[in-house]
Design a binder for this molecule. Structure first.
Ligand code: NAD
Length: 401
């Protein structure tokens, strides 16, 4: 389709060359038995090798076994649910596609109205990670994991049980922090599984890529720079707060909202942005609406009420349904596909996993702006939505793998 993926760092790496969970023995699935809701539950057990060694994770956690429920989902390589004593879902982990490399994905901890909503979100985010990594030109696949509980229920044991369930993926799923988790949590998880991304917070890098993407959209709409541009940032968390700081530095006129009002107010006081009501921000008169909270904020009801020219932000799955990309196009609202514009964090994480310098990582993350410019131009020339253009780019890479 004439689109160029983000430049690779030039190193020749094998397809699945990231560190695995450890040598010695193997794990295998035991006899299948029928689980709740027609799923098949199997027990993973350590099988010693000829020298009597067992896999590292199982040995490290004192020989305890992990029982996970295998859930068969079309198009996914593996989905598991780890259940607590009362049958409640303690962890949901989905690996969508590892054709390009091991699956990288978040650990999200938040409450859900029911298990089905939590699983649906996990699947959607895992799929989005596959497309994101592919579109960004990375040698990583897509996965996701969810701890469906309020962060008030976070305990070391809870994190360790999540880690043990991840360990059953034998290094095919690399967890990183997301909503409700941080580096310290990932380090705890890393006590029972590896690899994990726990060193540096990728959020400032995600924000750096989003800022580059916003600039690309602004240029496409005819602006020379972001000076005086009215930009509304939804969410004053890890990504949103870093983005606000970057945009203020560019001379933008920034408003910020958060359901945690104190968070928005203190960020505004620190940066010179203006804190606004979270209910009204998405439909305020803006040059750029930057969703940096949860997904699904652009709904069929919201689209007609939007008064912005550009939507570009850090949140995953911004559109409540994919068809809304068409509605945005009809309204001539420039939409930077979420999985491309927020890929700065994964670009940075791959650079860390490969041991590249911070300077190289910065260059690669700034490349998000170039990718977005190319997608916008391609979408316009070919009269397709920007989401379609981005999906084509990702699919081309996956098909070539
Ligand atoms: N952290 C990363 O590097 C990264 C990378 C890619 C994508 N993302 C996505 O970006 C989004 C934000 O991630 P984060 O790490 O900053 O999470 P975070 O938990 O640090 O911040 C999210 C913030 O949004 C607020 N919020 C929730 N609902 C809101 C609403 N309706 N209006 C306003 N504020 C609201 C929360 O109170 C919180 O302060 C998520 O969708 C995440 O999946 C994050």
């Amino acid at each position: 389709m004439g689109l160029r993926a983000l430049p690779d760092d030039g190193r020749e790496t094998g397809r699945h060359d990231l560190p695995g969970p450890g040598a010695g023995g193997r794990r295998e699935l035991g006899r299948a038995r029928r689980g709740p809701r027609g799923t098949v539950a199997r027990r993973w057990r350590a099988v010693p090798d000829r020298r009597g060694r067992v896999p590292a994770q199982i040995a490290r956690k004192g020989g305890g076994n992990v029982t996970v429920e295998e859930v068969s989902v079309d198009g996914f390589e593996r989905v598991v649910i780890d259940r607590g004593p009362a049958g409640e879902a303690r962890s949901i982990i989905a690996v969508h596609d590892t054709r390009l490399g091991p699956a990288l994905g978040g650990v999200r901890m938040r409450p859900y109205p029911n298990e089905s909503d939590a699983v649906s979100e996990c699947l959607a985010l895992a799929r989005a990670m596959t497309v994101k990594a592919a579109a960004a030109g990375l040698d990583l696949g897509g996965g996701w994991s969810i701890i469906p509980a309020d962060t008030a229920e976070k305990t070391p044991e809870r994190l360790l049980s999540h880690g043990r369930a991840i360990a059953t993926f034998d290094g095919r799923f690399i967890p990183v922090n997301d909503v409700g988790t941080d580096q310290a949590d990932l380090r705890e998880i890393g006590k029972v599984t590896s690899p994990v991304c726990a060193q540096d917070d990728p959020s400032p890098w995600t924000a750096l890529g989003v800022a580059a993407g916003i600039k690309a959209c602004a240029e496409f709409s005819g602006r020379a720079d972001l000076k005086g541009a009215r930009i509304g940032v939804q969410g004053a968390g890890h990504v949103g707060s870093a983005l606000v700081r970057l945009l203020i530095r560019e001379g933008a006129d920034v408003t910020v909202s958060d359901v945690d009002e104190d968070r928005a107010v203190s960020l505004a006081a620190e940066t010179g942005a203006m804190a606004v009501d979270p209910d009204t921000l998405p439909t305020s008169e803006l040059d750029v609406f930057a969703p940096c909270a949860l997904g699904g904020v652009v709904t069929p009801d919201v689209v007609p009420a939007l008064r912005c020219r550009i939507i570009a932000g850090g949140a995953n799955n911004v559109l409540a349904t994919p068809e809304l990309a068409d509605e945005l196009r009809k309204r001539r609202i420039i939409y930077a596909p979420d999985f491309c514009v927020n890929s700065g964090g994964v670009i940075f994480l791959q650079s860390q996993l490969r041991g590249l310098s911070e300077e190289t990582a910065r260059d690669q993350v700034q490349g998000v702006g170039t990718t977005i410019s190319e997608l916008l131009a391609h979408a316009e020339t070919n009269r397709v939505t920007t989401s379609q253009a981005a999906n084509d780019l990702a699919q081309n890479r996956l098909d070539a793998a």
